[in-house]
Design a protein around this ligand. Structure first.
Ligand code: NDP
Length: 491
């Protein structure tokens, strides 16, 4: 605690309210020097490797494998063998036991996984500890519960597993996206080959040890690391029955083209440019917290981030004032510090993309605000940013920035808010802030978004389906809806 200021007989208050550092120890994580590919329950040595680093310090963490098309072929073959040799025929209640075990081990090893997630991905430890890990475990618990109830979940439809699922995930929620993909696939009786993102492979590789502890039969889950080429080889493999992809709209479209006519099942969870709509009758301070959570959570590396704020004109000024003041209190820095609100940008490439889009915002005429904050010298950082004076046509109002950058626009009537909010190629999520229940329902019916949050933002639950409209993709993850893509219903 800072020194107390006792001058003038006034009540004693600290002269300086800055937080002392509260670093989480890295000791709980034991990193190997190099990691192989996890195929058929064994570590397979790759021909090529690449370095994975910590984005907050740029220090190398480990060498990981660059899986070739042949390696992907071996992983698919292992998954096929495991599917045919027993996993698909196992009673649902037996599959559930493995999923429950995985969920419990994730809980037991939560601290270790959370620290590693923050080291490799740059997200604040309080988020990986309080959001990513609990939700990842919750997904396994939730789908474990369905594994022996598929006949009841889909009555008279004779649900059967589709076979081998190829799953490609991004770097923003590495372990959580893995859980979103693997838990429903296994619950439905499929086997899996999963490719983590190039920049964040480490928690997926540690997850292989969780599988070992859970004694999951070999080949049921295979993890192949590598860059986009590995993902493309997996998508292309003829013996994969279903592809689940989360990532950019650009790659999603390429995958859809690649798979056209192949008969493979496909779900795409792509980008977003969500509208967070604030009416003048809302609880303003609560809305400010929701706006901050909506765009600065996970450095804005969130597909459903509330990156376009629509403020009703009558409250525009107090809202923006409050928001700017709140931004000054955000602590940007070491992801492993328990006080940190905004961590490191995931990669040099992503930082470059954010900078380029922010520059375009300035050039097009928007007004930028960034709170004073000292950014670390090493690593990839970007200060929380708010743009006002934004026109609908600006790139910062149209394109996904995927960083801690908010564009503020205004509206007068609910009709105008809908018109503007839907004026985007995306349709993943939206937020509405108002005290009127009837208005929430009116808005939710008209917003073209897969998820609409009311008086809250970025809330997730395994029981609740998540997915997009338009260029945000198709198919749902979570809930019963999330099981359907992993099942076939033919005779
Ligand atoms: P990508 O879409 O390239 O990456 C997502 C995953 O797909 C990664 O595992 C990636 O591998 C893999 N991949 C890349 N190319 C192919 C391919 N041809 N076939 C199959 N798999 C492939 O996203 P980026 O990481 O390049 O990020 C770019 C932008 O995408 C971001 O700035 C952001 O706007 C958006 N994005 C959106 C996400 C979302 O959740 N909606 C998540 C991530 C990004 P690798 O990591 O090795 O490239």
């Amino acid at each position: 605690m800072a020194e107390l200021d006792r001058t003038g007989g006034a009540p004693a208050v600290p002269a300086d309210w800055t937080y002392a550092p509260a670093p989480e120890s890295k000791d709980i994580v034991t990193l190997r020097e190099r990691y192989g590919l996890f195929i058929g329950g064994e570590w397979v040595e790759p021909a090529e490797t690449f370095e994975t680093i910590s984005p907050s310090s740029e220090e190398p963490l480990a060498l990981v494998g660059q899986a070739s098309a042949d390696d992907v072929g071996r992983a698919v073959a292992a998954a096929r063998t495991a599917f045919a040799d027993g996993w698909s025929a196992l009673p649902g209640s037996e599959r559930a036991k493995y999923l429950f075990r995985i969920a419990r081990i994730l809980q037991e090893r939560a601290r270790e996984l959370a620290v590693l997630e923050s080291m490799n991905g740059g997200k604040p430890i309080k988020e990986s500890r309080d959001v990513d890990l609990p939700l990842a475990a919750a997904h396994f618990f939730y789908y474990a519960g369905w594994a022996d109830k598929l006949e009841y979940a889909f009555p008279n439809r004779k649900p059967k597993p589709v076979g081998v699922a190829g799953q490609v995930i991004p770097w923003n929620f590495p372990l959580l996206m893995l859980a979103w993909k693997i838990a429903p696939a296994l619950a439905a009786g499929n086997t899996v080959v999963l490719k983590p993102a190039e920049t964040t492979p480490l928690t997926a590789l540690l997850f292989c040890d969780v599988l070992r502890q859970a004694e999951l039969p070999p080949g049921v889950v295979n993890i192949v690391t590598g860059d986009g080429r590995t993902g493309a080889a997996l998508v292309d493999h003829p013996d994969v029955d279903k592809i689940a992809f989360t990532g950019s709209t650009e790659v999603g479209k390429a995958i859809q083209r690649q798979l056209a006519g192949s008969g493979k099942k496909l779900t795409l969870e792509l980008g977003g440019k969500a509208a967070n709509i604030v009416f003048d009758d809302c609880a303003l301070d609560q809305a400010v917290e929701g706006i901050v959570n909506g765009i600065y959570f996970n450095q804005g590396h969130v597909c459903c981030a509330g990156s376009r704020l629509f403020a009703q004109e009558s409250i525009y000024e107090p809202l923006v004032d409050k928001l700017k003041r709140r931004l000054e209190t955000l602590r940007v820095g070491d992801p492993l510090d328990k006080n940190t609100d905004v961590g490191a940008i995931n990669s040099a490439m992503q930082l470059e993309k954010i900078r380029e889009l922010v520059e375009s915002g300035r050039e097009e005429g928007a007004e930028i605000y960034q709170p004073p904050c000292r950014l670390p010298e090493k690593g990839y950082w970007f200060a929380p940013t708010v743009f006002t004076n934004v026109a609908q046509s600006y790139r910062i109002a149209q394109e996904e920035i995927f960083g801690p950058v908010l564009s503020v626009l205004t509206f007068r009537t609910p009709e105008e808010a809908i018109e503007k909010a839907n004026n985007t190629p995306y349709g993943l999520s939206a937020g509405v802030w108002t005290e009127k229940g009837s208005r929430i329902l009116w808005m939710a019916q008209r917003l073209r978004a897969g998820v609409v949050w009311a008086n809250t933002y970025n809330r997730f639950d395994p029981a609740s389906p998540f997915g997009g409209y338009k260029e945000s993709g198709f198919g749902r993850e979570g809930g019963l809806h999330g099981l359907e893509p992993y099942l076939r219903f033919d005779e």
